[in-house]
Design a protein around this ligand. Sequence first.
Ligand code: NAD
Length: 348
Amino acid sequence: MPIRIGVFGYGTIGKRIADAILKFSDEFELVGVLKPTPDYEADIAVRKGLKVYTYPERVNDFEKAGIPVAGTVDELLERIDLAIDATPAKVGKEMKVKYYQPRGRPAVFQGGEKADVADVSFSALANYESARGVRYVRVVSCNTTGICRLLSALKLHGLKIRRARIFLVRRGADPKEHKRGPINDIVPDPVTVPSHHGPDVKTVIPDIDIVTMAVAVPVTIMHMHLVNIELEETVTRQDVIRILEETPRIMLVPEGRRMDSLAQLIEWARDVGRYRGDIMENCIFEGSLTVYDGREIYLMMGIHQESIVIPENIDAVRAMFNLADKWTSIERTDKGLGLITSGKRYGL
Ligand code: NAD
């Protein structure tokens, strides 16, 4: 019997999770999505054939807007084995207390929640096994997911990390967010050091020495991370390239193809037919990869904030329901979602 899943919140992340669930119909059934407002995203969900649920006091609004409702939030909760929460940051905690916990439903949360919303903060390459059989799991944020994958790649290949110092150039808003900025500024985000990303990485990889700083810029397409990692032992640049090539969900953007920017990466994703132009892999610019004195790695890495956490949401469900071991799950997810797996450079 497939695991019956409800997606609570159908925005940037929720709609992508819903689409991903549909790709694994032998394992998961998407029972429906919860939307509080009869907006264009709710309309698209219905047009895609999804069942849309809402709060009892909102049913009339949906009827007036001509968007059919499959039931109320309580009915959705009755029909599922698991809730995937993709409501806005901090709302997930309220949903847990008001709905998931009283109804005895396990739940996956997103990175906008604090770590204490769940028993485990999750990033598949780093700690898949720790989510096995667990009731509440938080898939960490887009930036934290990207950092965890990179650090895990090195650790899984036996390298000891002395310290990581990462500078994040964050997109100011998602493409659909017409009221957010900045539009002509570079904003310390936050001005304090460390930014929350370093401590957040530690919720997944506790033993790491990491400091992060962040600014927000007038861009919507992706984040860029400027990374400096110091190792205990010496490596060559070629060693690091091999490690990154061998790691799932990491894509090396090659030199010499004139793919020299985040805009070109998004254009590549659209040209090769990635749905919505999504790039769920870490995009590491090979030309930026430099090793000083054998121990210090420098690189630049693009992170597509709207989609990078989707594979981890699928893995989290498999781990919680003990459906597969780590590497089987990662391979199955990546194949199902059409990701670049190990050993390839941008899919050519
Ligand atoms: P979003 O605003 O695009 O979508 C939120 C959805 O939840 C909308 O459909 C909205 O209608 C719905 N919603 C609002 N209040 C609700 C409620 N009380 N009950 C049910 N649904 C409700 O937000 P998002 O960007 O998809 O973010 C969702 C979560 O994912 C947050 O925790 C966020 O921090 C995290 N996240 C976002 C990104 C990103 O870049 N957008 C990346 C990684 C993680």
